[in-house]
Design a protein around this ligand. Structure first.
Ligand SMILES: NC(=O)c1ccc[n+]([C@@H]2O[C@H](COP(=O)([O-])OP(=O)(O)OC[C@H]3O[C@@H](n4cnc5c(N)ncnc54)[C@H](OP(=O)(O)O)[C@@H]3O)[C@@H](O)[C@H]2O)c1
Length: 301
């Protein structure tokens, strides 16, 4: 199969690309950085600039499916201008792809888009599977709604659309985990707030495998791309400390302090969300790392 990937140079994209190349697929990828363009066996880079509406149209030659991962990172401070960047990097890029695909009908069969668990509201009682219709009306929740709506445009072209509502990806090579590890390693680790808030997560190998599973099985609709066992903030902090062989003796950091440090983004640490990957499990996907303990024992060495 020939697959066009955006954001292929990022955390998930690199892992997914390696998996697809191992399975003998051909990768076309779009990058906003000319320096990242490479052309080697089965791996071909193309330039785009969604803000300026520029895209190398050759990227679509012979492509059967698109995996859209590109988007500015949510881990920078959410100033008003950066919020705009978070929105535009997702919506303008999806729209640009849509207009290109529209000019080449009946070729692409499947559009798989990254999405986020931020769409679900904070709740002490709800268990969210893919049938949940509640929406979190925060900045990030609203962003995910718009992002998914832009992906759904591809349905108009009779293309199957899948939306991967992804939890925090655990990897040793980037993302949130190395940031969680740092203070604990330096004997300054602690939980946040009551520590009872549930956090959803997924191991990097499993998220790449789940994208591939979705592609192979031509799955459509929403997929909760999270491990089957969410973990409380306190347990997660303890589990990381255990694998790092570090003690935890500091009190939990309050919401007020984290708000001062991180601004609006602090909610990511305090939201309580119990999200389960019902569809992935029902469709037969097997998680290699269903528990955080197993994932962390693999990633922290
Ligand atoms: N990692 C997680 O924990 C997590 C959780 C939930 C959802 N997600 C979503 O899954 C997707 C992939 O995540 P990731 O962790 O692999 O992200 P990442 O490492 O930050 O990589 C994203 C890629 O997007 C491209 N990009 C960055 N800024 C852009 C912009 N302004 N316009 C267009 N492209 C831009 C970059 O590729 P080029 O430099 O090659 O252009 C970058 O490599 C993202 O959309 C992310 O929001 C990730």
């Amino acid at each position: 199969m020939k697959i066009l990937i955006t954001g292929a140079t990022g955390l998930i994209g690199k892992e997914l690309t390696n998996l697809l190349l191992k399975e003998n697929h051909i990768i076309h990828y779009l990058t906003t950085s000319k320096l990242k363009i490479q052309n080697r066996e089965n791996y071909f880079g193309f330039y785009w600039n969604p803000k300026e509406g520029k895209i190398d149209e050759n990227c679509l030659d012979g492509v059967d499916a698109i995996i859209h991962l590109a988007g500015a990172s949510i881990s920078n401070r959410w100033t008003n201008s950066y919020k705009q960047e978070l929105i535009e990097s997702r919506l303008l890029s999806t729209n640009l792809l849509f207009h290109l695909v529209k000019k080449n009908p009946k070729q692409v069969k499947h559009f798989i888009s990254a999405s986020g668990t931020a769409i679900y509201p904070d709740s002490n009682s709800a268990i969210y599977d893919e049938t949940a219709s509640e929406i979190d009306h925060s900045f990030l929740g609203n962003l995910v709604v718009k992002w998914e709506e832009s992906a759904d445009q591809f349905n108009l072209l009779n293309i199957k659309v899948a939306k991967m509502r992804t939890g925090v990806v655990f990897s040793e090579n980037g993302g949130a985990l190395p940031e969680m590890i740092k203070p604990i390693k330096m004997f300054a680790g602690s939980g946040f707030g009551t520590g009872k808030q549930l956090q959803t997560w997924i191991h990097i190998n499993d998220i790449a495998r789940l994208y591939y599973f979705t592609l192979q099985n031509e799955i459509e609709g929403v997929i909760n791309a999270v491990a089957p066992n969410p973990i409380s903030n306190q347990e997660l902090t303890r589990c990381i400390a255990k694998h790092l062989h570090r003690p935890l003796f500091l009190p939990n950091v309050s919401k007020m302090v984290m708000k001062l440090i991180l601004g609006e983004m602090h909610i990511l640490l305090f939201n309580n969300k119990n999200i389960i990957p019902r569809r992935a499990l029902e469709l037969g996907f097997q998680f290699e790392y269903p528990s955080a303990d197993l994932a962390l024992s693999n990633l922290i060495k």
